[in-house]
Design a binder for this molecule. Sequence first.
Ligand code: 13P
Length: 342
Amino acid sequence: MVSKDVNLTAGALVAGGKGILAADETVPTITKRFAAHTIESTGDSRRAYREMFFTTPGMASFISGVILQDETIRQRSSIGTPLVDLLAQQGGIPGIKVDQGAKPLAGSPGELVTEGLDGLRDRLEEYRRLGARFAKWRAVISIGDGRPSETCVLANAHALGRYAALCQERGLVPIVEPEVLMHGAHDIERCREVTEQVLHVVFDELFEQRVSLEGMLLKPNMVVAGLDCPEQASVEAVAEATLRTLERHVPPAVPGVVFLSGGQDPVLAAKHLSAINELVMPKPWTLSFSYGRALQDEALGAWNGKREGVPAGQHAFYHRAQCDSAAALGRYSSAMESEAAA
Ligand code: 13P
């Protein structure tokens, strides 16, 4: 039996036009992002960076929860308060990335399977004690010559199912994230085909492993053309292909779908989400965001690793969160970009 709390938390994470900040980059990933701005990556600089987001005044009007990773959930702020508590004081629900990364899938050259099931029950137990109320597991599927293989889709979906069932057993909401990557020259139609296949197999596995749909969130990619495709789809075409794909493969019992940004330009990620919400088609789930780069990139540049950069970083983050929250309600407009600059 899944606890009522899990269902309530799942609903709370997508209520009222709010979305989730994905701040769960691993140490190697955040180190790479810092390096692009020549910011040194140390325990202290990573703490200062995360603290900037969690203490942004008014953040809770747009952000319901934040996904942390193992280092951050154990860190204390500059004045000694656990970062999880700082977040909770702002009204944010703490979440935690629990997968241990995508590793080469044996027998399927060029494909990856996400690892981290061994010992997961105990880690979930500990994370819950540390304050986490939801979790994330990311599977990555790439499109290319002969990819994805059925083996890769099935192996990743199976792991997502096992992870989600364990989360619910331990009282955490699982965010189920099967990400079809944007790398490649494929067109939007190919992305649609693969996303449909992946979602179909994922929901089969969730059913097989008795995951309660009411107590989970789906975190999918939007249906877009590959980054190297010469013909990029319009905002309207992306919105329609994405919503049709969800309509075909995501049961209405799932309370919320929170998209990843996947490397989209932050403004485009807001436009797409708003266009999806503006479509006049059935939408039995709340459609919101769980962006990483689209919420953080501008703030990272504005902060630039400096204490005096914190107000500018917070301003940039607040603005993107406000735009994405408007998009989750289908009310984003380009005018919001210039209003913020003024
Ligand atoms: P992006 O929005 O940068 O894709 O990150 C979301 C995420 O959590 C990826 O796992």
